[in-house]
Design a protein around this ligand. Sequence first.
Ligand SMILES: [Zn+2]
Length: 64
Amino acid sequence: MQDLTSEPVFRAQDQRKQTGQPLPSCAQCKEIKAKRYTAVQQGDQRMAEAMATAMGRHQRAVHS
Ligand SMILES: [Zn+2]
């Protein structure tokens, strides 16, 4: 089974966390992360991938 936590967008966040730089945090980030977490817990890989894509798109649109 694919390890969804190793997707680049989330790995980049972990690295940013480790370097002590502030993470972009907004209501939409939290919502997308929560939905993705739920999808992973339920084994819904399609939804998890959709949320990963949504997160990447959102971060480029809002936090770059
Ligand atoms: Zn955001």
